[in-house]
Ligand binder design. Structure first.
Ligand code: PBG
Length: 326
């Protein structure tokens, strides 16, 4: 061999599909995937979310059916978001024991029980008439500590309804500790917390706000969600771990792969990443035009998120992907 023809030829192991499969270092299992689902109160038919083709707001019946299908497909779990018929300033429906999320959790606990993981989004924005993730002060600021009390109460309502894991997504300081204390005091020491630890103030949440009907009615979420330019992620993760987080999450996923890697390098607990609504919508929109190969983009993006270090991936494609991977 001369210098121009080196002995080391990486292409040798790329020659056939079988060789490539043998040396693959990243694999995604159906059980790594969590499917986010929306349950809406007061509708009689599932309602398509226009900005998320293929995603619907479910009725209780359609949710039960879709959940059973996803579990059958092998997904690791389901993440439930409730959309109540009536909203108010304090998000009263969020901790109503007969609220739509509680009813849906009970339905699913009966339908699929411990055969899957039931995770519930724990936040106020889907329930407040102002669309913010917390209680407001008189001057319209989000009141951190008043919100923590509400979160504790919501955690208890979700635990009573049968959730396995609560997932606080509001980015209030101290939310994990407050929720842990409420669950322990309320007799639910075994309900786990998946903390949205590094959740960035992101334009990628746009379509979700249609799905969950939770766009802020004034202002934005920049005073509580992390700034995309900041380096707060590891500090947020450390705080959440100290407060008792059982899983930590980075969100969005694709634009924050570096953050996933940083968090995975230090986290003693599983790291989740959320491939959010805007990531989904962009691919679906481009694929609908015939501009990208939809299935390959889905595989490639989810593989990238896994390769970056997430062991759990929330994706609206979870059921489809689980079926494809099976
Ligand atoms: C807040 C919440 C949001 C998402 C999950 N939980 C929206 C927001 O912070 O504005 C976004 C998820 C997505 O975009 O898919 N409860």
């Amino acid at each position: 061999m001369t210098a121009e023809f080196p002995a080391a030829r990486p292409r040798r192991l790329r020659r056939t599909a079988a060789l490539r499969r043998l040396v693959a270092q990243t694999s995604v299992q159906p059980s790594d995937l969590l499917l986010p689902m929306f349950i809406k109160e007061g509708i009689s038919e599932p309602r398509p979310v226009v900005s998320m083709p293929g995603v619907v707001q479910h009725t209780r019946d359609s949710l039960r059916k879709a959940a059973a299908e996803a579990v059958e497909a092998g997904v690791g779990g389901l993440v439930l978001f409730g959309v109540p018929a009536v909203k108010d300033a304090r998000g009263s429906a969020a901790d109503d024991p007969d609220g739509i999320l509680a009813l849906a959790l009970r339905d699913l606990a009966a339908e699929v029980g411990d055969a899957t993981v039931l995770m519930s989004d724990l936040c106020l924005d889907e329930y407040t008439d102002h669309g913010h993730c917390g209680m407001l002060t008189g001057s319209g600021e989000v009141d951190n500590d008043a919100t923590l009390e509400r979160y504790g109460s919501i955690a208890l309502a979700q635990a009573a309804a049968g959730t396995h894991v609560v997932a606080p997504s509001g980015m209030m300081d101290g939310q994990v500790g407050a929720i842990r204390a409420a669950l322990d005091a309320g007799g639910y020491p075994d309900v786990a917390i998946c903390a949205y630890s590094a959740k960035f103030a992101s334009a990628f949440y746009g379509p979700f706000r249609d799905a969950a009907e939770c766009a802020p009615q004034f202002g934005d979420r920049a005073s509580y969600q992390q700034d995309p330019r900041s380096a707060d992620a590891l500090r947020e993760v450390a705080l959440d771990l100290a407060e008792g987080a059982d899983i930590v999450m980075v969100k969005p996923a694709l634009a924050y792969l570096d953050v996933i890697t940083q968090v995975a390098a230090v986290s003693p607990v599983p790291v989740a990443a959320y491939q959010v609504s805007g990531e989904y919508a962009m691919v679906e929109a481009a694929a609908a035009q015939g501009w990208v190969d939809r299935d390959r983009i889905i595989d490639e993006t989810v593989t990238a998120i896994r390769r970056a270090g997430a062991s759990i991936i929330l994706t609206y494609w979870a059921a489809e992907l689980a079926r494809r991977l099976a």
